[in-house]
Ligand binder design. Structure first.
Ligand code: NAD
Ligand code: KPL
Length: 304
């Protein structure tokens, strides 16, 4: 049974190369014929891990290809996810499974609504990867991949073991949304500040009180949403992540520096309307979003 990976960027490239190397049938779905021609001209996908770069000649196609899709890994940014799934929806088999790798929350519901017959699983990953050039991905840090079904404690798919056997650091969770909310909270406490201070994660150690105040509001929100386990020890974990990734530039800072759209709508932009609906006062988070949006507008970037 073949895998399709839509989005040959950092994470999609990492996943696709590992599947291919492990002998799994896998096909890349690229945006259009121009991208396909560029990909073919380069001879395949390059993956650098440590000092080693390998070329993997994975087959690739456009969304219009005729073959049916049984297992799809959606590896684009959150803001592209709905259009991306729509572009291949007609090709999904009735029993299709779609694995969503997007950070934050909001895009997963939009995707699931577009393909109501497919089983849409969600992943929360702390692995790191970046693009050296087009179709050349660098694996940039080990992590953990949690996969789960938002509809509850449904059985894990048999291919989870396949992924584990191929050294994907995957684990099944019965509460993937709590995992995604926890990661969303961590990203809300770290990423926007790194953009506002234009700093690496570690420098947020000098803004401890501000980080703590954001964590307090995030904890109140998570608890009000009955997500107490996702709230537990949040500030301590945020501080630990800041220390452990001290030398990193956050994904949001990288987006801004590259002049790219950020995923803020799926982080603060997802959390704040929920706080409003619950009538919770979150002045620090609100102020953070406003300052971030002002900076994005100043740079000519989308504020959502
Ligand atoms: P990326 O920008 O490197 O890659 C996304 C790719 O999707 C691009 O190549 C883009 O051209 C492609 N794409 C977009 N729309 C498409 C379409 N309609 N058809 C075909 N291709 C399309 O992004 P990324 O860093 O791989 O991030 C993907 C998601 O994973 C994001 O939500 C991100 O937050 C999350 N994530 C990334 C990392 C990481 O280390 N890169 C870690 C954790 C989570
Ligand atoms: O997930 C991250 C991101 O940059 O998006 C952190 C954990 C903050 C690491 O940089």
């Amino acid at each position: 049974m073949s895998w399709h990976v839509l989005g040959a960027g950092s994470l999609g490239g990492l996943w696709a190369a590992r599947l291919f190397r492990g002998g799994e049938p896998v096909r890349l779905i690229l945006r259009d014929r121009t991208r396909l021609a560029q990909y073919r001209a380069g001879g395949g996908l390059r993956l650098t891990e440590g000092d080693t770069t390998s070329l993997y000649p994975l087959p690739a196609e456009t969304p219009e290809a005729g073959n049916p899709i049984r297992r799809l890994i959606l590896a684009c940014k959150s803001y592209d996810a709905e259009d991306a799934i729509a572009s291949v929806a007609a090709r999904l088999e009735p029993e299709a499974e779609v694995l969503l790798l997007q950070n934050g929350l909001g895009s997963q519901d939009a995707v699931a609504a577009r393909v109501p017959r497919a089983r849409c699983l969600r992943a929360s990953t702390t692995e790191g990867a970046f693009r050296e050039t087009d179709f050349h991905v660098v694996a940039a840090g080990a992590g953990q991949i949690w996969i789960g079904d938002p509809l509850g404690t449904q059985a894990s798919p048999p291919w989870l073991e396949t992924l584990a056997n191929l050294s994907f650091p995957v684990r099944w969770t019965d509460d993937i949304d709590a995992r995604l909310w926890r990661k969303l909270a961590i990203n809300c406490a770290i990423n926007p500040l790194t953009v506002l201070y234009r700093c690496r994660n570690g420098e947020l150690g000098q803004h401890r009180a501000e980080v703590a105040a954001l964590c307090n509001e995030l904890v109140v929100l998570l608890e009000a949403m009955d997500l107490a386990p996702a709230a537990q020890g949040l500030q301590q974990e945020v501080e630990a992540v800041i220390a452990a990734t001290a030398n990193n530039r956050s994904s949001m800072l990288q987006d801004v520096d590259r002049g790219q759209r950020t995923e803020v709508s799926y982080l603060l932009g997802h959390a704040l309307p929920i706080a409003e609906r619950l009538r919770l006062a979150v002045p620090r988070l609100t102020d953070l979003q406003q300052r971030l949006q002002a900076l994005l507008a100043e740079r000519g970037l989308p504020v959502d």
